[in-house]
Ligand binder design. Sequence first.
Ligand code: ASC
Length: 150
Amino acid sequence: MKKIASFALAIAAVAVSVPASAQFAKPEDAIKYRKNALFVMQQNFGRVAAMAQGKAPFDAKVAADSAATAEFMSKLPWAAFGEGTDKGDTKAKAEIWADKAKFNDYADKLQTEMTKLSAAAKTGSLDNIKAALGGVANNCKGCHDAFRKE
Ligand code: ASC
């Protein structure tokens, strides 16, 4: 019973952590939220990328856990790019709000590619990870080139 209750709570927590359109008390909170989510995502992705590039020793468990965390984190930033969050401590370009469809395509594609990377990492094969890494990295770069200030 206790187990079922905590499982239900965990599901509820996940459901409320990724609302389709999140509300933030202040624009600064939204900016901080998306930057922190992207930072945690990058730290986890970067750990997997370092292994794929031979810059860090391959540890299948760490890679799988990190890729799974990066996959989950990739769902979070986008709800925090609402109207009025273009100004402040952010490198986000105005083009994000001018071309939301293109931005959303990058956001969606990132999540798709992260899911592939996480699935690859779960196989325990570094070759599978290497094959899936570029899909994520290219999407990061494309979106940054279009939508992030230097
Ligand atoms: C990273 C990171 C990015 C991407 C990009 C891939 O680890 O911080 O922005 O990968 O460099 O091209």
